[in-house]
Ligand binder design. Sequence first.
Ligand SMILES: Nc1ncnc2c1ncn2[C@@H]1O[C@H](COP(=O)(O)OP(=O)(O)OP(=O)(O)O)[C@@H](O)[C@H]1O
Ligand SMILES: [Mg+2]
Length: 237
Amino acid sequence: MTEDTLIRLIDVKRKFKLGDQEVDALRGVTADIRKGEFVVILGPSGSGKTTLLNQIGGIDHPTSGDVIVGSETISKYSEKELTKYRRRKVGWIFQFHNLIPSLTAGENVKLALEMAEIKQDQDEMTRKAMELVGLGGLENRFPAQLSGGQQQRVAIARAIVKNPEIIVADEATGNLDKTTGKQVIDVMTSICKEQGSTFCLVTHDPNLAHSADRLFIIDDGMLYENDQERMAMYGLA
Ligand SMILES: Nc1ncnc2c1ncn2[C@@H]1O[C@H](COP(=O)(O)OP(=O)(O)OP(=O)(O)O)[C@@H](O)[C@H]1O
Ligand SMILES: [Mg+2]
């Protein structure tokens, strides 16, 4: 652990019960992530990516082990405390952007401020977030009046508008073409640097590895860093 460690995962395990079967989604994940790092976690379908992100992003509790963010052990939080943590401290970007269709782009972004109970400067913060993702002036469009890439950028604006310490992204470019996906990643990396947010992106796409400050590979519920053999399987070694 170093002085600027923001997130500590200590032997994090997550089991799911399915009838009389048990699924080991995370088998003991340990990692330190520093403040301001752009972390990419690469792994195939079913390897535990979403499960891991849910532990960091305040959606789920581990079965055992600890998740420490700053000085808070969030894995010990009650549901209520976890919800508060998620709303205030974490920006979530989902694979399918989950914008509310009956709200304009600007209103979708502003909703994140409402949820975080940030009352001041809502309009100004919204305008700035939309500008940062290159959508200045499109605040009044409804999601259906925007392209897929633009909608995904609104979802990024919604995640960053409250200047969260942590931004987690689950296959955020999975349904975009290569060029648009690259643009969306570039927007994310530059915002990460500008705001000093820590960014955790999970994906199955090795092309996104090049954007990372830190690259992890997740395989069957275990996390690996600098594992030459596994990196070679993705053409990255
Ligand atoms: N709620 C659940 N109940 C039972 N098993 C689950 C549950 N959620 C996930 N799993 C199992 O845990 C493992 C990891 O799932 P997870 O969703 O984290 O994978 P993933 O890497 O995000 O996959 P994908 O790339 O397909 O989204 C899988 O075997 C999955 O079937
Ligand atoms: Mg997933």
